[in-house]
Ligand binder design. Sequence first.
Ligand SMILES: Cc1ncc(COP(=O)(O)O)c(C=O)c1O
Length: 421
Amino acid sequence: MKHSLAYAQEQDAQDELGSYRKKFHIPKQENGALHTYLCGNSLGLQPKITKEYVQQELDDWANYGVEGHLNAKNPWLPYHEFLTEKMARIVGAKPIEVVVMNTLSVNLHLLMATFYRPTKERYKILIESDAFPSDRYAVESQLKFHGYPDGLLELKPRNGETLLRPEDIERKIETEGNEIALILIGCPNYYTGQVFNIKRIAELGHNKGCMVGIDLAHGAGNLKLELHDSNIDFAAWCTYKYLNSGPGSVGGCFIHERHARSFDLPRFAGWWGHDKATRFGMRDEFSPIAGAEGWQLSNPPILSLAAIKASLDIFDEVGMEKLHKKSIQLTGYLEYLLNYFLENEVEIITPKNPEERGCQLSLQLIRKEGKKVFEAITKRGVIADWREPNVIRIAPAPLYNSYQDVYHFVMILKEELDTNQ
Ligand SMILES: Cc1ncc(COP(=O)(O)O)c(C=O)c1O
């Protein structure tokens, strides 16, 4: 029976990625039992090898000092390059299109400095009405910075609905595209978990002359992405969620190959984006590296890159194909259990179609107060997250979550909902 513990145990025993769970530190409760950790959408767990990777750089720093830039086992000067190909495979991009640098909100600003070029006729930026606050702040501040404070255009779900309908997105671009300078969409949306057809949005946006950028905070390491083929202009993401690289770790950027040698594109510059052959010539004239690397500013924090390298090595070993396959099954299983046991108590606002979602399901409680129930399940060892005004986000990460994690979560939620009827 699919709703029994035995089924979950069977699935775990047959799971070809099941052994990866042991490669992560799973946080423990005070009583020593493992937490049911379903919060990879917020902060991914620490791979056990991360310590070794970071320790290597600490040792090389201790042993070589500044000479570690050239002499460390993984020399620091080109360190970010060690991440490029693996990161490119994760997001379906060419290496020239990807760089690991800065953090997400910073990168959104840098990319907008290049790709948001408003004119009097075309100055609007289109975002989701429930875009992540940092994206909204970044966009509003860019609009004000350029002198177009009324340029924010929002994609709103229809009255009484929580998801955006693809046809409404298309109509908005079709009817208002001539005034839109930039479309910036989160994929999946952080609140609802809805995934958008970014290839189609890019096509429609480009037909209207708009630039198209995607915030992949919740997409990188979660969705099966084909960024190059999707033809979007740029994307940015963090690595501390599904990519398990540690709190506040350095982010990733994608800039489509067609912009790789557009050296006349306006950009904010720093020495790390300068031609490597002459970087240390300390010349006065900035000459950007071709591709995404040319948008770098500073020499990067190696300790953070080491943690990213540890994680990417695991991702590369598994591959997004297998990970995504398990993700569909595991999230489908979560959906099945919620519907089986709690159909009248829990509404899943995330789309039902696996192609329109990643591993996260966003839950709203039908009869009980969501925040209270969230606090109750937290006390019982479930780590998930609550997003105002009324969503519990649950994200089984296929790399380390098990079918039993999902089963235990649903049982705990059910027990909490059954008490105090
Ligand atoms: C969708 C989205 N955008 C932007 C951010 C901000 O990221 P950062 O603090 O790394 O700039 C987050 C963080 O969770 C996010 O989820």
